[in-house]
Design a protein around this ligand. Structure first.
Ligand code: PLP
Length: 286
């Protein structure tokens, strides 16, 4: 079965799908995106993702080419046509194709909408969570608005590549004051020795993760102590547990930071409990 993508109003074979070389995202990374988890065929936390997409569009003064109802329809269609049971839907909106000039093109230029669905092997994710992942710390060299979900991801790409070459899965980005902001493609969390969950506040220094918000809700319902504050690499080394969160990784335990084990050097009960609770939430919302 060939994969089907959506490009500007058409469902098209993924291998044949494309946009203009004049597209502003190709030339200037002038675009926004969302990644939404698909769990048992359902789009998880769709509301939160669509709200964030609208916020990103507003920040860049982009007008999505489709209504929200139409976007929802396209995403469901992609899940169905690609027979995705577990995986994600990727959605990207750009400022469209226009003669290369930094300033915005005429307001009449249609924005570009590309979307596709991708399947994941859920067992591989579970196996990874049972083992835990390693992370490295790298300087956060991004622009000052990582809270907007733009396709301008070069520092994230370089950080992730550095992590892979160091035998790690994720890179934690560290600001000029020594605080971990977030991961290259995830939010960063620690659990201190008193059992409190600590994560960077959702200010302009991080992307306000939809999974992060859901975990905060779940943790609150479980009665866990929550502290939204930045933590340093040293504090992470001293933590009982650590994990990352994101729509594709969900809650993923971190067992090593810069080559040194965190806590017992194995996935901890808080992270694994939150991962299980997130799955339960996903089952219920399916
Ligand atoms: N932070 C960054 C930089 C990301 O790229 C992502 C996800 O791609 C996240 C955090 C997690 O966000 P979400 O939970 O909405 O997937």
């Amino acid at each position: 079965m060939s994969r089907i993508a959506y490009v500007n109003g058409r469902y098209i074979r993924h291998a044949e799908a494309g946009v203009s070389i004049d597209d502003r995202a190709f030339l200037f990374s002038d675009g926004i995106y969302e990644v939404i988890e698909v769990f048992q065929g359902a789009l998880i936390d769709e509301r939160g993702h669509l709200d964030r997409l609208a916020r990103s569009a507003g920040a860049l003064r982009l007008t999505p080419p489709l209504s929200e109802a139409a976007l929802k329809f396209v995403m469901r269609e992609l899940v169905a046509r690609n027979r995705v049971r577990h995986g994600h839907v990727y959605l990207q909106i750009t400022r469209g194709a226009a003669r290369r000039e930094h300033v915005f093109p005429s307001a009449k230029t249609p924005t570009t909408l590309v979307a596709f669905a991708q399947a994941h092997d859920p067992d591989a994710g579970e196996a990874k969570a049972r083992k835990g992942i390693a992370v490295i710390s790298v300087p956060d060299i991004r622009w000052k608005r990582p809270d907007i979900k733009t396709v301008s991801l070069l520092p994230n790409v370089l950080a992730k590549q550095q992590a892979r070459e160091a035998g790690a899965y994720e890179a934690w980005l560290v600001d000029a004051d020594g605080f971990v902001t977030e991961g290259a493609s995830s939010n960063a969390w620690i659990v201190d020795k008193q059992g409190a969950l600590i994560t960077h506040p959702a200010d302009s220094a991080i992307l306000s993760g939809i999974t992060r918000a859901r975990i905060l809700e779940i943790a609150k319902a479980k009665g866990l102590a929550l502290v939204e504050r930045a933590f340093t690499v040293a504090q992470a080394h001293d933590a009982a547990e650590a994990f990352i969160s994101g729509a594709t990784t969900l809650v993923m335990p971190v067992v090593k930071l810069d080559g040194r084990p965190i806590g017992a050097g194995a996935p901890g009960p808080v992270a694994l409990g939150l991962r299980a609770a997130f799955h339960e939430f996903a089952v219920k919302s399916g």
